[in-house]
Design a protein around this ligand. Structure first.
Ligand SMILES: Nc1ncnc2c1ncn2[C@@H]1O[C@H](COP(=O)(O)OP(=O)(O)OP(=O)(O)O)[C@@H](O)[C@H]1O
Length: 715
């Protein structure tokens, strides 16, 4: 590898040439941007073409955003030298290799000749996948290293090209499992703030998944730190590149476990030039369409279910309970309906109305559209009567009859309007109604478990749980089918209940999904336990299952320790193969002089190193621990569901929010308390123990949970 000081002119002429190429590419990008800025938009009439004009202007804004030169992200990160004639068809014979730089976006010179190729373009695949055994016409792959110079608060940081590493693919293959120096440096680069993209170092097994075609639903089982989240985000950027038209119309979303996680990943897609992607939690996705007037002041989710209730509410059988209850709102016709037209009266008797209702209910229409359809059917039947008696009818007559107050009130009586939140509230607060809907589906104990606590007067005062929201969504979808999306990436999917899967799946009926997770990290009692079942509930039983097993985050010493839990929590699942070992990365310390004092020492030691530090403890245990730490002179800000990781280097994380996050150094306080805090506490502990990039320090005043205590630790 060739490296140099970022602040001086390099002695190596190759490095000078590479810096020049980068400067030339930046100048070309500026020119491309100026060209877009300078082109006049051919806008139409201000009033008549308002929508088209707005779309044209949005298109221009998007093109400009895609051509921005982001200060922290160098325009290219790699170079490929291909066999001559692979990329460029013109040019003189006998020239050198076809040479292209690979970067975050396409850049061309004023003659239109490419200077930087977008990493998503088909030719760039070779950058990620070429190997000595299949070199894909690549002679040399070059990776660049960059150093960021911080110029203080008034100027953007400057990213300077300071290194490159060449891999010659024409020699004999050398079996080597170790990552290259630049990849290792990228993985170990200290973490500050939100997650970064990995576009420069995507590995072949990850690239396979990133570039799978849009039509394929993928399900990826991957141990901690194998890059699932990174793959999901880069896959979105790839799909938007290849299928932009289709996807920008239909929409794309990524679903994460909580808002702190979303805040952690928020910068990755914009850095890849993609800004139009919805990033949401399941809860926010499901409550987005619910009436604002029903939103409880303290937020939709105010309660955690007991494990048994969570399992029943999350079970797919609940879909049938909700369906039966909804359709039980239909009323038997008991009275005749009379429509007056001038001096004449037309009557429909219950026996005329009943078949209309039965036909609609049996046809599988959405409950909400049934009301309108019923009014049409009634009008049609009345018109048939009228015509049989010689009246002349047309579309206007049909519309008049349909809107007749008598018809409208008959429709309301026979096919009452149902609001999903109110329906589920009614069902879960009325044992007799529930017994009718759940007859033969839920036993008595299960019925008792799903009732809502207290006596809520209305949806606003109810204390809903996350599981309740999926029930409301099921009802809402039976009433009015939700709009679909083109592609959904679901991260930490191992925690989804069957009912949540249904909710996500119905938003993607004609689209596809990328499902990412790790069964061993499943903590929710209502979670589906196998990927094949989960895919069935998502409505994609033929989804393709892949496994990622190379761990990029956690050093081998730490993963070996955490993996002691695997036989207990997820028999049959292996630990990831860590790509690096880091002697001294694991410490397990009994707290001889009190937990807080020892934790304070561990945090202070961690702060002596570079990057972020996470102190993780059981949710209920954390407030008291933080008070004691404050008494020790250490004030630690807490991460909560709504804030995300702020600029503080040391942050306290409730174990319940640790999923998906990572820190350079992690201090875990009292693992036994984490393990005991919930039904699947050992799974939670496994999540917590696998958050560290460089060091993990476990501090305990009580014995370690049995699987961890088996043999002494050698870090
Ligand atoms: N190819 C890569 N190059 C550089 N860094 C990588 C690569 N793959 C993964 N990483 C890094 O490894 C870390 C773990 O990645 P990520 O969070 O995507 O893993 P995960 O499988 O989702 O983990 P978990 O299941 O624990 O949430 C991240 O910091 C990510 O940037």
């Amino acid at each position: 590898m060739t490296t140099t000081d970022p602040t001086t002119t390099p002695a190596d002429p190759e490095l000078v040439a590479e810096r020049d190429s980068l400067a030339a590419a930046r100048a070309a990008l500026r020119a491309m941007r100026e060209e877009v800025e300078g082109t006049e938009l051919m806008l139409g009439d201000v009033v008549n073409d308002k929508v088209t004009n707005a779309a044209l202007q949005r298109g221009r804004q998007r093109r400009l955003a895609a051509l921005a030169d982001l200060p922290g992200a160098p325009l290219f990160f790699g170079r490929l030298d291909f066999d001559p004639g692979t990329v460029f068809l013109d040019e003189d014979a006998g020239r050198g290799p076809d040479r292209v730089h690979i970067g975050r976006r396409h850049v061309h010179d004023p003659q239109g000749r490419p200077m930087v190729l977008d990493w998503r373009a088909p030719i760039s695949v070779a950058y990620y996948r070429a190997s000595p055994t299949d070199r894909m016409r690549v002679l040399v792959r070059r990776r660049y290293g960059f150093t960021t110079l911080d110029h203080g608060p008034r100027r953007d940081p400057e990213v300077v090209l300071t290194a490159f590493e060449d891999e010659h693919l024409t020699g004999a293959p050398v079996p080597d499992e170790r990552p290259g120096e630049l990849l290792a440096a990228e993985i170990e680069r200290p973490r500050t703030g939100p997650m970064r993209d990995i576009v420069a170092t995507i590995q072949p097994e990850q690239d396979d998944l990133v570039r799978a075609p849009l039509g394929t639903t993928l399900c990826v089982q991957g141990a901690p730190g194998t890059g699932k989240t990174a793959v999901g985000l880069h896959r979105i950027a790839f799909l938007l590149y290849t299928e932009r038209e289709r996807l920008s119309r239909a929409g794309v979303a990524i679903i994460g476990p909580n808002r702190s996680f979303l805040s952690y990943i928020r910068d990755v897609l914009p850095a890849l030039g993609e800004v139009d992607v919805t990033q949401t939690t399941v809860g926010d996705l499901l409550t987005r369409g619910l009436p604002e007037r029903f939103r409880p002041a303290a937020g939709w989710v105010r309660r955690t279910e007991e494990p048994f209730a969570a399992r029943v509410k999350g079970d797919a059988r609940m879909a049938e309970v909700i369906r039966r209850d909804l359709w039980s709102h239909l009323r038997e016709p008991e009275e005749a309906l009379m429509v007056r037209r001038g001096s004449r009266r037309w009557r429909l008797y219950p026996e005329d109305l009943r078949p209309l209702l039965d036909e609609l209910a049996g046809r599988g229409v959405a409950y909400g559209s049934g009301r309108e359809l019923l009014s049409h059917r009634i009008a049609h039947t009345v018109l048939t009567l009228m015509e049989s008696e010689g009246e002349v009818c047309d579309d206007r007559t049909h519309e008049q009859v349909r809107r007749d107050p008598a018809v409208r009130s008959a429709v309301t009586a026979l096919w009452p309007k149902v609001e999903p939140t109110a329906q589920v509230l009614g069902l879960l607060t009325d044992p007799e109604r529930l017994a009718r809907a759940a007859d033969g589906i839920l036993d008595e104990r299960e019925q008792a478990a799903v009732l809502l606590p207290g006596r809520p007067r209305g949806p606003r005062s109810a204390r809903w749980s996350a599981e309740d929201l999926a029930l409301i969504d099921e009802a809402a979808a039976l009433i009015d089918r939700p709009a679909g999306l083109g592609h959904i990436v679901v991260d930490e999917a191992q925690d989804l209940s069957p009912m949540q899967c249904r909710a996500i799946g119905r938003r993607c009926e004609s689209g596809s999904l990328t499902v990412l997770g790790d069964i061993a990290q499943g903590t929710s009692p209502s979670a589906v336990r196998t990927w094949s079942t989960l895919l069935e509930h998502l409505g994609k039983p033929t989804g393709h299952l892949s496994v990622l097993d190379r761990g990029y985050r956690v050093p081998a010493q730490i993963i070996d320790f955490a993996a002691r839990l695997l036989p207990t929590i997820a028999r049959g699942l292996g630990a990831p193969v860590a790509v690096r070992r880091a002697p001294g990365s694991l410490r397990v310390t009994p707290a001889a002089d009190g937990l807080a004092a020892q934790v304070a020492r561990a945090c202070r030691t961690a702060l002596e190193g570079e990057g972020s530090v996470g102190l993780i403890a059981a949710d209920a245990h954390l407030p008291a621990l933080l008070e004691e730490l404050a008494a020790e002179g250490l004030d630690v800000p807490v991460l909560d569901d709504d804030t995300g990781l702020d600029a503080a280097r040391l942050v306290a994380v409730p174990a319940g929010l640790a999923k998906g996050l990572e820190f350079d150094a992690v201090v875990v306080a009292e693992p036994a308390a984490i393990a005991e805090a919930e039904e699947r506490g050992l799974n939670r502990l496994y999540v917590v123990l696998t958050r560290a990039v460089s060091t993990l320090h476990v501090v305990h005043s009580r014995p370690l949970p049995a699987p961890l205590a088996e043999t002494p630790v050698s870090g």
